[in-house]
Design a protein around this ligand. Structure first.
Ligand code: NAD
Ligand code: DAU
Length: 339
């Protein structure tokens, strides 16, 4: 039997990187191809361990480069595509929406065309709960797979557009697909522009932590390895054409998250600095994951166990994030938080 070839786009980023490591270790019978452009968010040093494995390969390419993507599909004849590559930070989409359309919409369409033309077993499109817009502060309401798409930021609008293209390629051309829509991830190798790693790294350095608005916005946090196991399940057991929401019922206000980190690190809440609110700031996200649970998924981490493990990881891996918060990151940080 031929070995299965899995194309993972964005495998040098946060979630894609965790997924690549998870798959290389769990499935020696699969060849895992990590395709990534290595933008500011991509970093290959995280893969030093798995680079020694015979079932791991790296391909540098832009998903929006049709010629390059077609050549790779011809050469490698992928069986599965697990598509993470994207511009992923909401704040950056507010200052520069164009690259979000280029990568998230056009890049996805290039991949869909290649998958359609050269044939695949399944295309897994990794999307986000942000495509549903936001919820009121009512703990009885949740996003289901039937919630209408009402994206509010250029980032979530670009993700919703890509979701609709994936759906259309399934309906029109019969492309075998699944779409997953996950809540906020956290865990190892999370880029320190996002709330949790930003807070941990700044608190460890005794620097102020910027909290947008009143800090009462709610996010539904999921450990990245629980997201990886969800995608693994959908890839193997998901019903063709279906959408699956991924979330673990871990709703916290941003202030609760920041205070938990400060308390765990034995620092003072005086490090909190309230700053101007994000434009169009979504109030609350909360996932109903019952459809995926019926398929057999169960998260391993509670927020308490996951955040403790994550904080410890950032203490143990200071070299990794110190490297990242130098250079371009400093310019970004000053621009973002001076405005
Ligand atoms: P990330 O920003 O950490 O990583 C994105 C990766 O994509 C990087 O390695 C980058 O180099 C690569 N990339 C960007 N443009 C590319 C291009 N044109 N061609 C090839 N590679 C390119 O993102 P993440 O947080 O790991 O998110 C991964 C996916 O999961 C995204 O599609 C995102 O929308 C989705 N998602 C993220 C979260 C979250 O909480 N982070 C939650 C739900 C869904
Ligand atoms: O819900 C899934 C989404 O989660 C993913 O699709 C996105 O790719 C991912 O970036 C994340 O989006 P958020 O905007 O929710 O994540 P972020 O970490 O940027 O912000 C989390 C919350 O914290 C949000 O309410 C804004 C707030 N925040 C963020 C930053 C960076 C602050 O208060 N201060 C900050 O400095």
């Amino acid at each position: 039997m031929n070995r299965k070839r899995i194309l993972v786009t964005g495998g040098a980023g946060f979630i894609g990187g965790n997924f690549v490591q998870y798959m290389v270790e769990k499935y020696p019978i699969y060849d895992i191809y990590n395709l990534d452009l290595l933008t500011y968010a991509g970093d290959l040093s995280k893969h030093q361990e798995i680079e020694k494995q015979e079932n791991y390969f790296f391909l540098k390419a832009d998903i929006a480069d049709r010629g390059a993507i077609n050549s790779l599909f011809v050469e490698y004849k992928f069986d599965f595509v697990v598509h993470f590559a994207a511009e992923s930070h909401v704040d950056r989409s507010i200052t520069n929406p164009g690259i979000f359309v280029q990568t998230n919409v056009l890049g996805t369409q290039v991949l869909l065309d290649a998958a359609k033309q050269y044939g695949i077993t399944k295309f897994i499109h990794v999307s986000t709960d942000e495509v549903y817009g936001d919820l009121e502060f009512d703990p009885t309401t949740f996003f289901t797979e039937d919630t209408p798409l009402q994206p509010n930021s250029p980032y979530s609008a670009s993700k919703a557009s890509s979701d609709l293209l994936v759906r259309a390629y399934h309906e029109t051309f019969g492309l075998p697909i699944n779409i997953t829509r996950c809540s906020n991830n956290y865990g190892p190798y999370h880029f320190p522009e996002k709330l949790i790693p930003l807070t941990i790294s700044r608190v460890l350095n005794n620097q102020k932590v910027p909290v947008y608005g009143d800090g009462k916005n709610v996010r539904d946090w999921l450990h990245v390895l629980d997201h990886c196991s969800a995608i693994d399940l959908v890839m193997h057991e998901g019903i063709n054409g279906e959408v699956y929401n991924v979330g673990g019922h871990n709703e916290r206000t941003n202030l609760e998250v920041v205070k938990t980190i400060i308390e765990t690190l034995n620092k003072s809440e005086e490090l909190i600095k309230y700053v101007s609110d994000r434009l169009g700031h979504d109030k609350r996200y909360a996932i109903d994951p019952s459809k995926l649970e019926k398929l057999g998924w169960k998260p391993k981490y509670t927020f308490e166990t996951g955040i403790a493990q994550t904080i410890q990881w950032y203490i143990d891996n200071k070299k990794w994030w110190e490297k990242i918060i130098s250079g371009e990151y400093q310019t970004y940080f000053e621009k973002q938080y001076t405005n």
